[in-house]
Design a protein around this ligand. Structure first.
Ligand code: SF4
Ligand code: SF4
Length: 529
């Protein structure tokens, strides 16, 4: 029998009910948090979908019922793969895709970098290169048709199970790119995972409902994946303005559609519903700093979400163009992205490959701006208001992808007397486990997978960062300045009862800034639910 560390890649197409079973007792150990019990997948899910990889199902691939349907699944995938390697069809990532396909040395250095592999107790199925290698072998043998491919690169049996399991494996990756950073050659396994997701979405019409129907489609139709229209968003903002102005004795009004403003600020609209204090904090800081800024009520422009980033170039481009068009229409000098990591990646990095020149309005992260405000002396702070243990989670898309590391730390050092780093941090950080869209997924037993495996390393890091102040008697704060990361933190804190056991609160960086503002009544950060 193969062990967790030894799996034959070619077994991926084997006619078995399920490729691997996960044994919770062999996951990475965290003292006091090892009591994990999997919720079994429901029988109707297994019947309807090709849930044949492990003990969960993220990508709803319809289970083929006939020989013809099995063949169609394979053929569509191969056609899609063929298209992915042409200039006309892969205008975003072809060069990087080819590099990652051709130059892997199969050294598996990347395995040690991956939190999923480590947290799973080193299950070879979750090695970054396991998925990539299946993709590569299919490409070399069936698309590129290299002579002697099976001897030169290793063999692979291509059947519907291979395709279905590969599609599912593309959703066993947070797209955090920690493995890419470690690879001595620069192979990007996250890029390959996304390319597989892309083939499933663009060529086969198979997507995660949270990202597609309830995400991109809803956003393009209503203006926001929260389904809030411009009128509803404005109403909600008015309520936030009044509520927080009253409670904290600091009056502010959110400006809308101000032509010629310096800054168009774009929030992740999920904040408005889940974390209104983050929205209020931004607006209070911007007012106190005397900035010229606005929000836009144009479709999608009040919601920085761009879930195409995780699975589909077409949906990505549609949303990015709408975001940039709103800025162009208002004639603002630049777009500032609020605390949302994937929105940073979408609009500041990938959008460069998509936006036509007239739409290339400067797009920046909020973190350097916030640091400049805090250190400018324009606002009076009392750091003793933040005198509790604080640690900082680095959102992968802000730190590893964009290299924005120091601004957040400058703020922490100025305003949080008990700030402590996680180990490791900065560009070497670990994903929270909610990356690549997981943070919004609760279907089936996905939450178990997110808690037991995807978020496990981050849980360990957080507990270690607070090793000197464990227990409910010490209030502590995990600063996770990204909407997706906060979604994952909220679920982890709830699942592991960290509020009860550890008095652990979480939130963004702007909340810490406002909590220390002398002109604002104390108590902006709250520990009660
Ligand atoms: S992706 Fe890089 S680190 Fe991983 S096996 Fe290939 S060459 Fe080695
Ligand atoms: S991108 Fe992150 S989650 Fe995905 S394989 Fe690499 S290290 Fe693991």
């Amino acid at each position: 029998m193969s062990t967790k560390r030894q799996i034959n890649i070619n077994d991926i197409g084997k006619a078995t009910d399920q490729f691997r079973h996960l044994d919770p007792s062999t996951l990475m150990k965290i003292e006091g948090y090892d009591d994990n019990v999997w919720t079994p997948l429901k029988a109707d899910v297994k019947e309807r979908y090709a849930a044949i990889l492990d003990d969960t199902s993220i990508l709803p691939i319809p289970r083929p019922k006939t020989k013809e349907e099995e063949e169609a699944l394979v053929n569509k995938f191969i056609d899609g793969m063929r298209k992915s390697f042409t200039k006309e069809n892969n205008w975003t990532f072809l060069a990087m895709l080819e590099t990652s396909m051709e130059h892997c040395a199969k050294c598996n250095t990347c395995s040690e970098a991956c939190h999923l592999y480590e947290a799973s107790g080193e299950d070879a199925m979750y090695r970054p290169n396991f998925r990539s290698e299946i993709f590569r072998r299919i490409y070399k043998k069936y698309v590129k048709k290299e002579p002697f491919a099976k001897w030169r690169h290793g063999d692979i049996d291509l059947n519907w199970r291979t395709v279905a399991r590969l599609g599912e494996l593309a959703y066993r990756c947070n797209l955090c790119r920690r493995c890419a950073q470690t690879c001595p050659i620069g192979v990007d396994n996250a890029l390959l995972a996304r390319e597989i997701r892309k083939i499933f979405s663009q060529e086969m019409g198979i997507q995660c409902p949270e990202l597609h129907e309830k995400g991109s489609m809803l956003q393009l139709k209503t203006g926001s994946s929260t389904q809030m229209t411009a009128e509803v968003v404005k109403d909600n903002m008015e309520f936030i303005d009044q509520d927080f102005s009253e409670e904290f004795g600091y009056e502010f009004h959110t400006p809308w559609d101000v032509e010629g403003a310096d800054i168009l600020l774009i929030h992740n609209a999920g904040e408005i519903m889940a974390w209104p204090e983050n929205i209020a904090a931004f607006h209070m800081i911007f007012k106190a700093a005397g900035l010229s800024w606005t929000l836009s009520s144009d479709i999608t422009a009040y919601d920085s979400i761009n879930y195409g980033t995780f699975y589909d170039d077409v949906q990505f481009a549609r949303t990015a163009i709408l975001h940039a068009s709103a800025a162009q229409k208002l004639g603002v000098k630049k777009i500032i992205l609020a605390e949302c990591g994937h929105a940073h990646k979408a609009l500041t990095v990938i959008a460069d490959r998509v936006l036509p020149v007239p739409l290339k309005i400067p797009r920046e992260s909020c973190f350097p701006l916030l640091r400049d405000i805090v250190l400018s002396g324009k606002i009076k702070f009392d750091p003793t208001r933040n005198n509790f243990p604080v640690t900082l989670h680095d959102p992968c898309n802000v730190t590893r992808l964009m290299g924005i590391i120091k601004p957040q730390r400058d703020i922490m050092k100025a305003l949080c007397p008990q700030f402590r780093e996680m180990t490791p941090h900065g560009v070497h950080n670990y994903c929270c486990g909610g990356g690549s869209g997981y943070a919004i997924m609760h279907r089936n037993n996905i939450l178990d997978w997110r808690m037991f495996i995807a978020g496990r390393k981050k849980l360990d890091q957080i507990l270690n960062a607070f090793s000197d102040c464990r227990g409910p008697e010490h209030q502590k704060y995990v600063c996770a300045p990204c909407s997706n990361c906060k979604g994952q933190m909220r679920d982890m804190i709830g699942h592991y009862e960290l509020m009860e056991k550890e008095s652990m609160a979480y939130g963004g960086i702007v909340e810490l800034i406002v909590n220390a503002m002398v002109d604002v009544k104390p108590g902006f950060i709250k520990w009660e639910e």
